[in-house]
Write a protein that binds this ligand. Structure first.
Ligand code: 15L
Length: 278
């Protein structure tokens, strides 16, 4: 059996911590890259029975030499690295935009055939919520510099596919957390198990070309389309509704007219105060 080799950037972050134990598998090796040491598997909510085959690379996603080296021999790159919340424009440009271009360029130079990019709902954060799930090709309406960096990410992925033929799948991630802590999350949640299902589908699907796929669970109250995910073989099974009774008991039923946090995709990220940081 040939080993499938996968590079994960942002390996010390929260999303990687949810993903890593769930995609460890026989015949698969993970190369974990971050500026900080990734946690031990025993510190994570680990569900793997397989023996992990992991290697750690310490360094920045903005270092092209290091990234190219890290990409050598890889079958796929899962690029989770970068700032995960709003920050000063310069930092977002440096870490997220430069980091994404560097990751794609490194993948191209090293001949990695497939790249999975962690985009975000904040690329379309100012889209109003509608009664019908929003498709992945809805126009970009970033809500922050962070959201803008995800627009750039999707554009860079498109360019690297069109120019160089690399398969690029952008995951428009909703809220990829262990659970749901607010009413908006009932719409935007992606469970850890579904996150792993999505990644497995993206690794498995033949010749995806360039795609944008929503990263959410099969939430009863979802705002985003599952069609693009289904097209790559992602069939989520979890539903945030299990968190609804407790949240509704605490906050009441969602009042979409009263609260921008419930009426735009990006929720509170669309508040001016958050976007004002420079
Ligand atoms: C994201 O893109 C962020 O990285 C994460 O911290 C959450 O805020 C998430 O979106 C969300 O919208 O819930």
């Amino acid at each position: 059996m040939t080993t499938q080799r996968i590079l994960i950037t942002g390996a010390s972050g929260g999303v990687a911590g949810l993903l890593r134990p769930r995609i460890i598998a026989p015949g698969r090796s993970l190369r974990l890259l971050d500026i900080a040491d990734p946690p031990e598997l025993s510190e994570l909510d680990s569900i793997t029975d397989s023996t992990p085959d992991e290697e750690i690379v310490i360094g920045s996603v903005t270092d092209l030499g290091l990234m190219e080296q890290a990409c050598r021999g890889m079958d796929a790159l899962i690029h989770l690295g970068g700032l995960s919340v709003e920050a000063a424009a310069d930092d977002i440009v440096d870490v997220n935009i430069k980091g994404t271009i560097t990751a794609l360029e490194a993948a191209r130079r090293a001949g990695v055939p497939r790249v999975i990019l962690a985009s975000s709902n904040h690329a379309v954060g100012f889209q109003p919520r509608t009664d019908r799930p929003i498709p992945a090709d809805a126009p970009h309406r970033p809500d922050t510099y962070y959201g803008l960096s995800k627009v750039a990410m999707e554009g860079a992925g498109r360019m690297y596919h069109d120019r160089f033929g690399i398969d690029v799948i952008c995951l428009r991630i909703g809220s990829w957390f262990a659970g749901v802590s607010d009413l908006r999350g009932l719409a935007t949640w992606m469970s850890p198990a579904d996150g792993a299902r999505l990644i497995e589908a993206c690794l498995r699907v033949e010749s995806p070309g360039y795609r944008v796929v929503w990263g959410i669970s099969r939430n009863t109250r979802r705002w985003f389309s599952l069609d693009e995910g289904e097209a790559v073989g992602y069939h989520p099974v979890d539903d945030s509704e299990i968190f609804a009774p407790a949240l509704i008991a605490e906050h009441g039923e969602p009042d979409f007219d009263a609260d921008a946090a419930l009426n735009r995709v990006g929720g509170p990220w669309t508040y001016v105060e958050l976007g004002k940081r420079m």
